[in-house]
Ligand binder design. Structure first.
Ligand code: ATP
Ligand code: MG
Length: 335
């Protein structure tokens, strides 16, 4: 069976962007039963942008695990893991640090965005981020990777790393993985700036909807989301120069599991304020059960730790032999 891998950073609380762009599809792919699914909290990635107190990282990792389960990931059906508990990710990443080229990494838009103007002060880990991500995927020989649109470039780099490794060692070992970027909300935008993506690490909480927000907070953030005063148009072309309006239509479509055009069919011509109210109701409807379930799961951290411990054992049945074969190919002496 083909294998699916994807990860999320415990770098803050989960957002609507993470849910619609990635996690909803994690669940679909798990439930389809056609793939072996492996989902990961990538704590090693979460310290690349900034170091946080240990208890904060642990809390975020457990909360992320609760989020995975609350949206519908079943730790019996999927392998659910925390990255640092499966050491082969980091071990393969070192090899990939030596396969990837500085020039490739320097062209990554996430690196440029996150390093900002002062790249000299960014961590080496932030620069190497995509090589660790390639290792996360390839240490399972995963063939399909569901992600949001912002990760497309990193997945192309993953393919480049696999191809260069295979070529340089004259082997056909690592698969060339396929990104799975689908749906109406592959890039959910920042609620205050329609040109930036919604991110869990954005310093301003008004820019995003968190899966743990209360009904009141969700309604308020949607009401205050930046928009223009015009009503919704009848056709999607009418949204081309209106990124904020387009974003809210896409969010509605993804939450309701309908096409963006169907959203316009229902709401064209109406006042924008009314559309926002309908969107807030829909969002609360879909997100409140997730938030409730997360709170319930977070009351028993020992159970979360047990689930992740069991996940790591299952994961290592796959990763240990693949790392072993990689070391053989590279010529790492073991006795
Ligand atoms: P950070 O700001 O720390 O990078 P993030 O919100 O970007 O956090 P990640 O952990 O980097 O979250 O990404 C997890 C998954 O969520 C990835 O598949 C990514 O493509 C997806 N994703 C993140 N933001 C969005 C978004 N705004 N729209 C759609 N998908 C998104
Ligand atoms: Mg991100």
């Amino acid at each position: 069976t083909p294998r699916v891998f994807s990860g999320i950073q415990p770098s803050g609380g989960l957002t609507l962007g993470n849910y619609l762009g990635a996690m909803k599809r994690f669940v679909t792919m798990q439930d389809a039963g056609t793939h072996e699914t492996i989902y990961c909290m990538v704590d090693l990635h979460a310290i690349t942008a900034r170091l946080v107190p240990a208890d904060e990282l642990i809390h975020n990792t457990r909360e992320l695990c609760a989020g995975f389960i609350a949206v519908g990931i079943d730790p019996e059906k999927s392998v659910l893991i925390n990255q640092s508990q499966v050491p082969e990710h980091a071990q393969l990443a070192w090899i990939f640090n030596c396969v990837a080229r500085m020039g490739w990494m320097g062209r990554m838009t996430q690196w440029k965005d996150k390093a900002g103007k002062n790249a000299e002060a960014a961590s080496l880990g932030l620069f190497a981020y995509p090589a660790l991500m390639a290792a996360d995927i390839l240490v399972y020989h995963a063939t399909h990777v569901p992600v949001g649109e912002d990760q497309k470039q990193h997945l192309e780099l993953t393919r480049d790393i696999a191809a260069k490794f295979n070529h340089d060692y004259g082997v056909d070992f690592f698969p060339i993985t396929e990104p799975v970027i689908e749906g109406a909300a592959t890039r959910v935008m920042n609620l205050q700036d329609g040109t930036k993506k919604m991110s869990k690490s954005d310093p301003s909480d008004k820019t995003r909807i968190n899966l743990t927000d209360s009904a009141d907070e969700i309604a308020k953030k949607i009401r205050k989301a930046k928009t223009d005063p015009d009503p919704l148009p009848e056709a999607l072309e009418g949204l081309e120069t209106r990124p904020e309006a387009r974003n809210l239509v896409n969010i509605y479509a993804a939450l309701a599991d309908i096409d963006p055009q169907a959203v316009l069919d229902q709401h064209a011509g109406g006042l924008f304020g009314q559309f926002k109210m309908a969107l807030a109701d829909l969002a609360v409807d879909k997100l409140a059960p997730i938030s409730t379930e997360m709170t319930r799961l977070m009351a028993d951290p020992a159970e979360i730790d047990r689930i992740l411990g069991r996940g790591a054992e299952r994961a290592r049945e796959i990763t240990v032999p693949i790392l072993d074969r990689t070391y053989d190919i590279v010529g790492m002496l073991r006795s």
